[in-house]
Design a protein. Sequence first.
Length: 327
Amino acid sequence: MKERILVIAEHHKGHIVPTTYEAITLALELKTFARAKVLVMILGKSVNDMANMLAETTGLDVLGLEGDHLEFYNAEQYKHAIEHAIGNINPLYICMTHTAMGLDLAPGLAVRLNASCITAVEGIKTNGGKLSFVRSMYGGKIQAEIIPELKKSIITLLPGAWKARERYPDKKGSVQIKDVHRGVSISRTFSVKESEEESLNLDDADVIVAAGRGIGTEENLHLVKDLAKIFNKSAIGASKAVCDLGWLGYKYQIGMTGRTVSPRLYIACGISGSSQHISGMKDSQTVVSINLDPNAAIFNVSNYCIVEDVTTFIPALLEEYKNFVEA
């Protein structure tokens, strides 16, 4: 039986989620080590059009799994469908993105398939003739190289760690669609409700001033807002910690489970720099970080590093700006 590298495609409202193409890039890189064929799998109620589009744009073979019960993501039904569909596929690696779906699906699927599970992967290396996967730990302060001990491995890749490749294949990959029966489960997804969008659009901002837990208190948010006001076409953002505390709504969150941004200038105020946050802002043109901790992980991706308390530095900066304008 030929070995495969399997990519689980993610989609939303009939469109392939862009990070799926990053997972395909990882799979093609793994192919150079494993010398196994890459197969893309997509699950849903009606996936024929998306499967054909994937086959045309990537040149890879695509397997679609269809069923009314797969209209909305449900971990139990997805695990059941994938487990029964790969009986003749023999995947060495199963790649998916480290999104809410991937993080939910990967561990349970690994248990079912007796596979290793390595999450939030940022790179791959060879170590003593063996393939190792690189991921950040302890809030991005160190990087670990993990060598799986089992033959099968499920990998979730950190969004942004691999660039989606532009591919123009000579021929279209094959497409196979299979009907999947509902598995036994104790939960059922009836619908998905999206959060309401407001006028703020972080994607359009040239300058983003982002708040982290290091600003101290919710009352200190005015410092971040005041700093943002001195720039044209600016917006405020936040780390996941600030949103979890309720200081700002989740529409402001930047990171793996929030927005991915690439402004001309990104000012991180009191943000330690977890890997999930960095994945959402690391493509910014210029990064300025203000943090009391000289070893903060955010400094590793910053152009300018300011070791100071936010509540001391921002008022001093605003005062200097005021003096400059009035001069």
